[in-house]
Design a protein around this ligand. Structure first.
Ligand code: SAH
Length: 256
């Protein structure tokens, strides 16, 4: 019988190839040996964002470290859907949720954007990256979305690639219906932009509508929280023109 898919998946920075040794310390070692109570010989899945996914076995358990030996490749690298999520930082807790869910929904880039009504001045990049890594481990991505340093809205627009359509979620009612816009965007590089809880300012809206590759879209008659809007927009894109036509890779017990 083939080996079952390992229950524990970990993101590592190291090179992954057959026979490589990967040493994890501190939290990861604690998680493997204390939380999951794994013993020598048991298998974990590793990915590093470059070499797909690999099975490794617990080789040596030390006091504050665990050594894993890479055994066989489980999957090739699979590029994420080409969707950049630009979002105005929101408060602690909600922003963590946003990062986790955006990772599960397959955003390839996470770009914090400072707008006029953004209230959270500081972005804890380390915490956000930890959230993205944890969600990527849990949802079986073989890479972690790239978390960019925060940018002001004007800088974002000035440096935005012209061949990438930016769908901007406009709560003013002026945006086009998403169902009409999405079919035109199949197989194109995309970005989405979500405003802060205070919404976009009139000046920002004027600026955004002046740019040819920015398209304002509406998300229905209800005003959504910023985190809901981001998640809903990503899900709508993935469902109609994104990667939801691809099945999960591994067959699971209880599923046929
Ligand atoms: N305070 C604002 C709401 C901001 S909601 C107001 O009362 O009008 C936060 C962000 O979510 C918005 O800037 C927008 O990007 C997005 N959003 C929420 N509801 C939306 C909708 N119905 N259509 C389009 N975007 C929406």
């Amino acid at each position: 019988m083939p080996n079952p898919y390992p229950k524990v998946r970990l993101f590592v920075e190291s090179h992954l190839e057959k026979g490589a040794s990967v040493v994890r310390e501190d939290d990861a070692a604690h998680y493997i040996t204390r939380v999951m109570r794994m013993k020598e010989g048991e298998r974990v899945a590793l990915f590093n964002g470059r070499h797909g996914e690999w099975a490794a076995s617990v080789h040596d358990v030390r006091k504050h470290a665990v050594e894993l030996r890479v055994e066989e490749q489980l999957r090739d690298y699979l590029a994420p859907a080409d969707i950049w999520l630009c979002f105005a930082p929101i408060k602690f807790g909600r922003i963590d949720y946003l990062i986790q869910k955006a990772t599960e929904l397959g955003a390839s880039v996470l770009q914090p954007v400072m707008t006029q009504f953004t209230q959270s001045e500081r972005v804890n990049e380390q915490r956000l990256r930890a959230n993205a890594i944890e969600a990527a481990e849990q949802c079986e991505r073989v890479e972690v979305p790239e978390l960019k340093a925060p940018l002001g809205l004007r800088d974002l627009l000035a440096t935005w690639p012209k061949d990438r359509i930016l769908l901007f979620a406009d709560e003013s009612g002026r945006g086009r219906a998403l169902a009409c816009v999405l079919p035109e965007l199949k197989d194109k590089p995309l970005g989405v932009l979500i405003g802060p809880e205070g919404g976009f300012s009139p000046d920002e809206r004027t600026l955004l509508y002046r740019i040819a590759h920015v398209v304002g879209v509406g998300l229905g008659p209800r005003i959504l929280r910023a985190d809901t809007a981001a998640i809903a927009l990503l899900a709508a894109i993935q469902s109609s023109i994104g990667d939801w036509n691809i099945a999960p890779h591994f067959q699971r017990e209880g599923t046929l």
